[in-house]
Design a protein around this ligand. Structure first.
Ligand code: MRU
Length: 352
């Protein structure tokens, strides 16, 4: 399995995604500040991986703390949560993970006889549980999503929603992996995904690692290939799905969804339940991260654009729910109208 991130005795170990595909280098974050830094610099990226990385960052911060008692630790923990929450604003998994760690901290610290050691042990175990749950969720998404893909044909994906964006297996790429395991004869078209090139560098690298036939496309090629009948389905991941089914994902996803509709191609979104944000009514309320202009103006240290030109670099866009054929989660496949299917599945689970 691709070792995206791992809890170790020394700290949290990350496969440095800024160096792939040419170099497989690992970096170890030795403090919660280091973890915040690797999230901001995209050494680790992808919504589910960011969430679990933040949880491990909090566990690491508590492990490293020399606080004398639980109240002092609580004050430090609050600072750690704020630092990690300030890293990337769009992926809701980040906030979901921090909230989950906060709830556990509050619960353990209220137990009679609670000690720093007990809180520490509980938070480390919780972060590792989240890691295991993420892989299990990806596998279940794969099982639910595989039958939606054609028995034979081309599948387009955008950005990297694979093992590298999760703790393993992937969301969109998990669905593709599962379909291939079940005998589907698929050819993956990976949008290069300007400006950070997650498709060209990461999706291509991890699918080749698994011997799944893959072709990289420049971002402006999908329309033409769809028109030629080379693409039978689109499957992407998500950073946040609002209560009405609007989907925030890597910039360019919206354009792909519109093209898919025009060509009568199904457009699937695969995401764990931790990506669903029922507190956000629609895509309009989803905060969109703006990344540094340099990611657009430069490539590999070389300047591409004239000095002083205006630059846009929103990291994500919102695909309105009307373009989404189905949302694949570890709890099942959701169909429109998403207000009802999302609430329905959330409600059913709460009743259990
Ligand atoms: O900026 P990134 O690389 O973190 O963006 C990642 C994406 O947009 C992914 O598609 C999304 O996080 C889903 S990952 C399973």
């Amino acid at each position: 399995m691709i070792p995206t991130l791992q809890w170790t005795d020394e700290g949290v170990r990350f496969l440095d995604q800024t160096r792939l595909p040419l170099e497989e280098i690992y970096v170890t974050a030795n403090s919660y500040q280091d973890v915040a830094e690797v999230i901001v610099t995209m050494v680790v990226r992808g919504a589910p991986a960011i969430g679990v990385a933040a949880a491990m960052g909090l566990a690491l911060g508590v492990k490293n703390s020399s606080a004398a008692g639980v109240p002092a630790l609580a004050a430090e923990f609050d600072t750690m949560c704020r630092a990690l929450a300030a890293t990337r604003p769009t992926a809701v998994n980040l906030f979901w993970a921090i909230e989950r760690m906060k709830r556990l901290f509050a619960e353990v610290s209220q137990r009679s006889g609670a000690t720093v050691a007990l809180v520490r042990e509980a938070l480390i175990a919780e972060a590792q549980r989240m890691y295991d749950e993420d892989i299990a969720a990806c596998r279940r998404m794969g099982d639910y999503g595989a039958p939606l893909l054609p028995r034979q044909g081309g599948v387009l994906t955008h950005c990297n929603a694979g093992a590298l964006a999760t703790c393993g297996y992937g969301t969109a790429l998990g669905v593709i992996r599962s379909a291939v395991d079940q005998g589907h004869d698929l050819h993956v078209f990976a949008d290069e995904t300007r400006p950070f090139l997650q498709g060209a560098r990461l999706t291509a690298w991890e699918l080749m690692h698994d011997h799944i036939p893959t072709t990289v496309l420049c971002d402006n090629m999908a329309a033409s290939l769809m028109r030629q009948g080379k693409i039978q389905a689109v499957v992407v991941g998500a950073d946040r799905i609002a209560a009405n089914g609007d989907v925030a994902n890597k910039i360019g996803t919206y354009g792909v969804a519109v093209l898919a509709k025009e060509h009568g191609i199904p457009f699937y979104v695969a995401a764990p339940w931790s990506t669903i944000d029922l507190r956000t009514a629609s895509g309009e309320a989803i905060p969109i991260e703006q990344r540094p202009a340099r990611e657009v103006t430069h490539h590999a240290g070389k300047q591409l654009t004239p000095d002083g030109v205006g630059i846009e670099n929103p990291a994500f866009d919102v695909t309105p729910a009307k373009y989404v054929t189905a949302i694949i989660t570890e709890r099942g496949v959701l169909r429109p109208p998403y207000e009802e299917s999302l609430q329905g599945l959330a409600g059913v689970l709460e009743e259990r």
